[in-house]
Design a protein around this ligand. Structure first.
Ligand code: ATP
Ligand code: MG
Length: 351
């Protein structure tokens, strides 16, 4: 799999960009606010239809314009074209987002997976000590790219969960009966077990990989769902009108040897753990999909020590990789020699 070209129209600070990639790793260099991270974000949008940075998708649309368009051409066996359009709805053109493969509109679940990607931002460090939702989100974005079914199961699970919580609320209000829960409980358990299973396989795999970045353990803490456990919590569930157990309450933690680094890790350890987690995702995706995802690294070298930098350089050579950086200072010479260096300035590639 190889992303040959990306075209942007009105995306963030880019009015128009056509960029071809070659077999070398791509190094984007430019001052702050030049548009380096925006370009990585655009590639990731082609992978997942999602941005990890934008709070709302209309942020992606260039200021004072009405739509953003990101188009990618890739070889993946044959050639294909991926297209994401983000639109400011008007009376004539009312859609907000459209995704197409070879010109044919697709649902997100069927679009994802064409261009598998792993992205690392410095801010991903929040994943270590932030709320569980953030960790689950990073996890799900990886698993959904591997397996169309995962996204569908997640959606089904969420529907059962919402419906079940509605019944719990009606019981609390005195007009529902516990027996009305059965159908939703059964569905919740059936879908929930599938999610737990897939997450479990992921963690089993990543914890036995080689650990060149340090002895990190990613400890999965599933909130296992079963009839028995749900029955035990019924009283509290009704009082809260919320389902208290299930994969929507799953979490995982980062350990270095036996230290939970959310609490006891240095900033550098937390950052390295995040990178180790992302690179482990990459290996898992490669194994399951039989092809290596594109790797997008935003400002990865600056806080790593020399040994860890050398490891990153080694990984970079294994698949298509795009790296963004402000300065060349921390970047190993070996990598510079192998890379294609592109200068980004004010939403343009100038050399
Ligand atoms: P840094 O080195 O600081 O990380 P960068 O090159 O990664 O910089 P980006 O985050 O890619 O920079 O680009 C940031 C620029 O894009 C900012 O100037 C920001 O104002 C601009 N920008 C973001 N969204 C939009 C938008 N919707 N329309 C126009 N400009 C935007
Ligand atoms: Mg940036």
């Amino acid at each position: 799999m190889f992303l040959k070209q990306i075209n942007l129209t009105n995306f963030r600070n880019y009015s128009q960009l056509e960029l071809q990639f070659d077999q070398r790793p791509t190094l984007l260099i430019g001052n702050n606010a030049a548009g380096k991270s925006n370009l990585l974000e655009a590639i990731y949008l082609l992978s997942t239809t999602k941005s990890l940075r934008a709070e709302t998708e209309d942020e992606l649309i260039k200021k004072d314009t009405d739509f953003a368009r990101v188009e990618g051409f890739l070889t993946n066996g044959g050639d294909s074209e991926l297209l994401v359009i983000i639109n400011k709805p008007t009376e004539e053109v009312f859609f907000k987002k459209k995704v197409l493969v070879n010109g044919i509109p697709r649902r997100a679940a069927d679009f994802i997976g064409n261009l598998p990607a792993v992205i690392f931002y410095p801010s991903d460090i929040n994943m270590v000590s932030g709320p569980p939702t953030l960790r689950r989100w990073h996890l799900d974005l990886c698993l959904a790219q591997i397996d169309v079914n995962y996204k569908k199961v997640l959606t089904a699970y969420e529907q059962f969960l919402t419906a079940r919580n509605r019944v719990l609320k009606s019981i609390r209000e005195g007009h529902g009966k516990l027996s009305e829960l059965t159908f939703w409980t059964d569905g919740l358990i059936a879908q929930g077990l599938k999610i737990t299973d897939k997450r479990q396989s992921f963690f089993e795999f990543i914890n036995v990989l080689e650990k060149p970045l340090g002895e990190f353990i990613f400890e999965y803490k599933p909130s296992a769902v079963s009839e028995k456990r749900l029955a035990e919590t019924n009283g509290r569930e009704v009082a809260a009108a919320a389902t208290m157990i299930g994969p929507h309450r799953d979490d995982f933690s980062f350990f270095l040897e036996d230290r939970n680094i959310a609490r006891f890790g240095s900033r550098g350890e937390q950052r390295t753990a995040t990178l180790a987690f992302k690179l482990a995702q990459l290996e898992y995706m490669a194994k399951i999909m039989g092809k290596r995802p594109i790797l997008l690294l935003d400002d990865v070298f600056s806080e790593l020590d020399a040994a860890h930098r050398a490891h990153v350089v080694e990984v970079v050579s294994k698949q298509q990789t795009v790296i963004a950086t402000v300065e060349l200072e921390h970047i190993p010479q070996e990598f510079l020699d192998s890379a294609r260096i592109l200068k980004v300035e004010d939403g343009q590639i100038t050399s």
